[in-house]
Write a protein that binds this ligand. Sequence first.
Ligand code: UD1
Length: 418
Amino acid sequence: MEKYIINGGNRLCGSVEIQTAKNSVLPILAATVLTDDRVRIINAPDITDVKNMVKILSCLGCRAEYEGNDIVVDSSGADCCEIPMELAHELRSSVFLLGSVISRFHKAKIAYPGGCDIGLRPVDLHLTGLKRLGVEITEENGYIVCECEKLRGNEIMLDCPSVGATENIMLAAVKAEGVTVIKNAAREPEIEDLQRLLNCMGAKVKGAGSSSVTIEGVNTLYGCDYLPISDRIEAGTFLIAAAMCGGELQLSRANAENISSLLHKLRENGCKIHVNGDKIYLENHRRLTSVKSIETQPYPGFPTDLQAQYTALCCICRGQSIVTENLFETRFKYVPELRKMGADITVINRNAFVRGVERFKGAAVVAHDLRGGAALVSAALAAEGRSEVLDISHIDRGYGSLEYKLRELGGDIARVSV
Ligand code: UD1
């Protein structure tokens, strides 16, 4: 087990290059199963969620290897349609493999997925969508078993715009017979990125980024080299950390449009922000002011994946804020930890009521999930004194080289084995 030791109080100054998006690369890795040709994912992020997905692909019989920063997948030898229980529990995104594995083998068996413990996270919409394409689904000792003779295009109306269900259905439908239309589809940029990748492979997908995605089935998909979009959540995490610590930060390989909801809020808080192409500059030299209320929503609303980090920022703003989490039930697990650092937060149902305090104080805290963990690291960097953030394996799931990047900016952070 490893932990971070952080001596807070340093300003964050300098530049950071943003990694490719975790939430793009995971479904893209799932898509590699759809072809016998090689797919190269350029500049894949060095994070454990991606490494676990690569392990799962290897279990399916694919050859998935790192070449420098790229991952090259050759699925021509894929011969297994079962995703083992241990790996599915490590990684919720293993569920994306359902769509592509069914497409390839007309059969798939997968243990109920794991991932961050941030609420119920059901997969009913994924399964209902697949049923509409002709898949028969049964459950067997904790496994979901899917079988079909043939996948047939259909119209699918999602009860809510689920990112994962939209992507899974796209993966199942690209080689189905006929046309599939997903209505009330999620509109996240990572879905557009998956469409771009699939079309590079020879698929006929359009509409991603809007709430209606149309997929015209094709017989064959081909290999390609693909550079995924940049990680808007990593970008947002660094911006929030710099806003909290004070300093001057430049992000490169970032996409301002994809996090415009955050940039608006940070400007309202009092940060100076400029955008130039793929660069975002943030400057802050004083205590920020609260924005009263903010709520998470599907894209283009404020992302749930930045809720914890932004709530940490609210804790040291002048004034009060209410943060409402609309997507996941238990996404406030980091709150008791922030309280150990002096935060004044009360959670009632989906709302966190925050009264700003002058500063955080260093403390020993535990990361319970990926984004909550990132919020604790930012708080510790901004705090007076020494903090320990325990159980950082959660943070490693989504942030590559986090401590190196923060040290480059002047943060005093070290990884230590416990
Ligand atoms: C994806 C992201 C995750 C992000 C989330 C919301 C990846 C790998 N993960 O997760 O980082 O926090 O989008 O932006 O891309 N729901 C159902 N039934 C389902 C599926 C979802 O009720 O079958 C509900 C969920 O409980 C939740 C909402 O739909 O309340 C949104 O979830 P969803 O968009 O599916 O999130 P994920 O794809 O799991």
